[in-house]
Design a protein around this ligand. Structure first.
Ligand SMILES: *[C@@H]1O[C@H](CO)[C@@H](O)[C@H](O)[C@H]1NC(C)=O
Length: 745
């Protein structure tokens, strides 16, 4: 679990919300404000001195009282509501525009749609979106004569009147009716295809309930598993393996559950006691093994469970060695292991026999310039997802027969991609086929699903996200440029704009996006709602700054711990480059970051408030020092390996130098919009709230400073797909208003 707001998945997955600002809710009744009040002056949070002393250094936090772990304090909730009401009132004049913009954004999506079906056993499984509905339906259809029809590239689900009918296994729209927020994060079919286990979050706090249902009749089977993570897998047809968390929401225990028995009698297979480690669970593509990984940011070790004999428990696949991290896959008599060490920082690929895991054979050696990111294993093939020079690559290898020795790999075949910068992600493939399925998109190419035949090297497009409203990709230009950081490092920037709408003379508005933590790669992805900016003459750019993983493991190492400052100075260097190259000017430069990218926003706003016109910080991690000093807050212990442990003096002073709440000064800041989710377990709502309260009391300008706190949401904001688009319209409206670009209606 990271402080990562995955905007890429927002349009396709069903994440969450309940109480919108204008709808009545229980919290509103506690407030003295209603939507009809017009507030002219911003709320001023009361000050209660809270002194924190460390290494002889005293910090005073006047807004510490805004943190309420129970999220029920009337005083805190009332303050957050005053902020929301103030935001409403400042933006009341542009509400009509926002609604129009929402219609424009919604008008681009094909509301009635299905995902590309994937074959699993005798069925096609897929999800369906319905016109006007916020959430997904999970469906399946029988494959006619499935024994005789091996999967092929040209495989298309038959949907004629004489073909097997669709069966709706689960309709999230019905489940969501009782909840303001609704999110399903795991949907696992049992090996015999009779049952489904799914993990449900109805609050946004990422504490899940796992339900098991009978696929045909939809009835519950046994009692649900409560207070668990969304990591759940079938071992065999009546046994589930799942993971629970400790009191700081750290995944720490693996459990075995026999269907029909009580959760309280479940067997704990493993307990990770080291509070800097978190555990996770995957099923092998072969379906024969389960892998349990335990990891912190530099070390990872793995256990395996034989799925046919889960009662035998965990066996060690790779031992716990500090500084070595491994990930596993399985085929036939071998485990395949991606292994990273300090020396082999970009990882190597090894194989070892299932019956003697200590004997390893190297398949792909470590390379200084190419990082191994992931693999997909098939009965006869191996696909390797790599990164080189900032770009993703996929290489397909033919493997010797399962019973032949595995000593080396033949030459692989690389898949070609069309755009200069792009995103490639693995999609669900079928183990026993030669078809690698992946999804592809770029800043101008909508999400596309490809089936690549690893025998012939040919691809077939299975689906391209429909973009309504006359979208033509050829009208947009996407390119990659390099900015020079303060230490001379070349930092890649991905750019997109609409050819005939920009002047490229410094007069165009530009939105610069950044993240830069956890080795996460922010590869350029398509977002239909972004067209609302591009078609108004905006340039959109992503700064691939250090702390992310775009340029390999070292890109990350050079942007963490005592080099974290590089993340922020790289972003500033990218902004300065874009101004120098006349992509924009300070007066037109807008910036956006969420979660750990919200920390980036807070830091660069404090460092160079003069450089930007407007900033959007979503669920921002802005109280770094105070949070990381407090092990009772979720993620603190597991992230001492990410930011550093400020209980050590060197880290204390280094983190204090960039922690946004600690560095607010009496000076002019740009227009700023900040969001928070009351139930957010990754960045507590109080961090953005404190940032806004302190900034408002300190800054010297009259620019907008707005906070919007969602009461019925967590880290990923509202859960419905249209609700998410409404939020997007809200953010864009704020940006356009700050740039004085909203037309008279
Ligand atoms: C692959 O095919 C083999 C042989 O038919 C079968 O035993 C196995 O279950 C299949 N594996 C998967 C994951 O479908």
């Amino acid at each position: 679990m990271w402080r990562l707001f995955n905007s890429r998945s927002l349009l396709v997955t069903a994440l969450s919300l309940s109480a919108s600002l204008s709808s009545p809710n229980t919290l509103r009744s506690m407030s003295s404000f209603s939507s009809t009040d017009t507030m002219r002056s911003p709320p001023a949070a009361k000050k209660v001195e809270h002194r924190m002393e460390m290494f002889g250094d005293v910090r005073v936090d006047n807004y510490y009282w805004l943190r309420d772990d129970s999220r029920t304090s009337p005083e805190v909730l009332s303050y957050l509501q005053q902020e929301n009401a103030y935001t409403d009132s400042v933006l009341s004049g542009t509400k009509q525009f926002e609604d129009q913009l929402f219609k424009e954004i919604r008008g681009r999506i094909k509301e009635e749609d299905i995902s590309v079906p994937y074959r699993q056993g005798p069925y096609y499984y897929y999800t369906r979106n319905l016109e006007g509905k916020e959430y997904l339906q999970h469906c399946r259809r029988l494959i006619p004569n499935h024994d005789m029809t091996p999967c092929s590239v040209h495989d298309t689900m038959p949907t004629g009147p004489d073909d097997p009918p669709e069966h709706v296994i689960l309709d999230e729209n019905i489940k969501a009716q009782e909840h303001g927020f609704y999110s399903i994060q795991a949907f696992k079919v049992s090996p015999n295809h009779k049952l489904v286990a799914y993990a449900e979050d109805t609050k946004g706090d990422e504490i899940y309930t796992v339900h098991v249902i009978d696929v045909e009749i939809g009835a519950p089977v046994g009692k649900p598993l409560t207070s668990v993570t969304s990591d759940v897998e079938w071992a065999n047809d009546d046994t589930l393996v799942y993971i629970t968390m400790d009191e700081i929401l750290r995944p720490d225990k693996v459990w075995l559950h026999k269907l029909g028995t009580d959760q309280s009698s479940d067997i704990c297979l493993y307990h990770e006691k080291d509070d800097t480690f978190s555990i996770d669970l995957q099923k092998s593509e072969s379906q024969e093994f389960l892998f349990v990984g335990s990891e912190n940011k530099i070390t990872r070790f793995i256990f395996f469970i034989d799925a046919s004999k889960p009662e035998d428990g965990l066996k060690v696949l790779t031992p716990h060695v500090v500084g070595i991290a491994s990930w596993a896959k399985h085929r036939g008599n071998h485990f395949f292991i991606i292994r990273r060490s300090e020396e082999f920082f970009n990882s190597e690929l090894l194989a070892c026999p299932v019956d003697d895991v200590s004997v390893t054979t190297p398949l792909i050696p470590h390379r200084e310039r190419i990082k191994i990111q992931d693999t997909c294993l098939f009965a006869n093939h191996l696909a390797v997802y790599e990164r080189e020079n900032g770009l993703p690559k996929v290489i397909a290898y033919h493997l010797p027969a399962v019973d032949e020795p595995l000593t080396s790999l033949e030459d692989g075949r690389a898949i070609d991609f069309i755009d200069p910068v792009y995103t490639v992600d693995p999609a669900q493939s079928e183990f026993n086929s030669s078809i690698l399925r992946f999804s592809y998109s770029s800043l101008r190419t909508p999400d596309s699903v490809y089936d690549y035949d690893m025998n012939t090297g040919t691809s077939v497009v299975k689906k391209i996200e429909t973009v309504l409203g006359g979208f033509d990709a050829s009208e947009y230009v996407t390119e990659r440029k390099w900015a020079t950081a303060s230490d001379g490092t070349q930092v890649p920037i991905s750019i997109v704009y609409r050819k005939n709408l920009v002047n490229l003379d410094g007069s165009d508005p530009l939105l610069l996006y950044g993240y830069g933590s956890y080795e996460v790669c922010i590869d350029p992805w398509f977002k239909a709602s972004r067209l609302s900016l591009l078609d108004r003459g905006f340039i959109f750019a992503i700064a691939h700054i250090r702390g992310g993983g775009e340029m390999g493991r070292q890109w990350y190492e050079n942007g963490k711990y005592l080099k974290k400052m590089n993340t922020f100075t790289d972003f500033i260097a990218c902004a300065e480059y874009l101004i120098e190259q006349r992509y924009c000017s300070k007066e037109k430069l807008c910036i956006e970051g969420r979660s750990a990218g919200g920390l980036l926003m807070g830091s660069v706003l404090n460092m160079r408030p003069d450089l930007f016109k407007v900033a959007f910080a979503g669920v921002p991690f802005v109280d770094v020092l105070t949070t990381m000093l407090d092990p009772t807050i979720p993620l603190t212990t597991s992230e001492w390996e990410e930011w550093g442990d400020p209980r050590k003096e060197e880290f204390y002073h280094y983190m204090k130098a960039y922690s946004p709440v600690d560095n607010i000064k009496a000076k002019n800041y740009p227009h700023i919009l900040v969001t928070a989710g009351l139930h957010d377990p990754r960045v507590m709502y109080s961090e953005p709230a404190k940032f806004v309260a302190k900034l408002r009391a300190t800054k010297t300008d009259n620019n907008m400073l707005l906070l919007k706190c969602e009461f019925g949401a967590g880290h990923s904001s509202k859960s419905g797909r249209f609700e998410k688009l409404q939020e997007q319209a809200f953010i864009y409206t704020f940006i356009l208003k700050a740039l004085d670009m909203i037309p008279e209606l």
